[in-house]
Design a protein around this ligand. Structure first.
Ligand SMILES: [Zn+2]
Length: 318
């Protein structure tokens, strides 16, 4: 039994026909039409119809950044697209031959890791996606946690510093401001300003017109540059402390790290683990979860969206 997954990103829309084992059978890709929600709808409709044509596809899941309502029908708010209370599911179902559900993109990616990647063979998983911001997904007792209104699991907006740095969400002191790719750039810039171990960071920054790209920091991490590693340790320290709070509430068996910064692998996980163990409430008595890097990377959105849609179709058919 196959299902279709669509992942609407900021720059591209990915679509795939996915089997029950999470394997991609067919794949499509188109650029996201910026600021044109009707053109975007047309592309998603065409993709679903093309992928479903001549197959046994039972459902389509569409992943997008933003708040989705609890019935997985309406996008309350999407940061990248001009949607406010958009009844996207109804609009799509009128134009395609399979039932549709809408899923938050971080939830879709988390579900894919839980079913087929770094979280498989567990019942409780927390995933943090460390990109420009900090995305989150929670699986509790084998189920994706969405909250009562569908807007839960926004782990990046847990407050870690009272009256801390202002966040894009309108609050202050969210972990996103201390544990994201942007925070890593801030730490690296401070080290570059100070010289010493930050000298290599300062050199590459001045070569790039006084701007430190995430990729440059990543390259220096790969070369074990002491300044870049120090910036990554600062980031890991914040994330490890946040995970200790998540563990106190959710008690997952595994924390999965995805997103661009997670490509640092063990160099990120080691300081996360260390800070986690130092801050974990009731440490010494609380069983230790594992810390792993995400496995599905670019395909997680489409694979997760397809699997969520398939499970929903199977459950409603019963
Ligand atoms: Zn926030």
């Amino acid at each position: 039994m196959h299902a279709i997954g669509i992942d609407i990103g900021g720059t591209k829309i990915a679509g795939a026909l996915v089997d029950e084992k999470g394997q991609i059978v067919t794949q499509l890709r188109k650029p996201t039409p910026a600021g044109d929600s009707k053109a975007l709808e047309d592309i998603v409709v065409d993709m679903i119809n093309e992928l479903a044509d001549g197959t046994d596809a039972v459902a389509a899941g569409v992943a997008a950044a933003g708040f989705i309502d609890a019935t997985q029908s309406i996008v309350y708010y999407a940061p990248n697209i001009n949607w406010r209370h958009e009844p996207f599911r109804d609009k799509l179902e009128k134009r395609v031959s399979v039932p549709v559900i809408i899923e938050n993109d971080a939830n879709a990616a988390g579900w894919a890791e839980f079913r087929f990647g770094a979280g498989k063979n567990t019942s409780d998983m927390v995933m943090l996606t460390i990109g420009t911001g900090v995305g989150g997904a929670i699986v509790a007792n084998d189920r994706l946690f969405r909250g009562g209104f569908g807007a839960g699991a926004e782990l990046g907006h847990m407050r870690v510093v009272p009256n801390g740095l202002p966040c894009g969400c309108g609050a202050n002191g969210c972990i996103e401001q201390y544990g994201s790719g942007r925070a890593l750039q801030r730490f690296a810039n401070t080290l570059a300003d100070a010289g010493g171990i930050g000298q290599a960071l300062a050199d590459v920054r001045s070569k790039n017109g006084n701007y430190l790209h995430g990729k440059d920091i990543g390259d220096l991490v790969d070369q074990d540059d002491p300044g870049a590693l120090q910036a990554l340790r600062q980031l890991g320290d914040w994330l490890g402390q946040a995970c200790a709070s998540f563990a106190a509430i959710l008690d997952p068996q595994v924390f999965v790290f995805g997103g661009g910064v997670a490509s640092a692998g063990e160099k990120l996980l080691a300081p996360v683990r260390q800070a986690f163990l130092q801050t974990l409430p009731a440490r010494g008595y609380h069983p230790e979860p594992e810390f792993r890097i995400a496995e599905l990377v670019n395909d997680a959105g489409v694979v997760g969206a397809a699997d969520v849609a398939r499970q929903h179709a199977v459950a409603t058919a019963k």
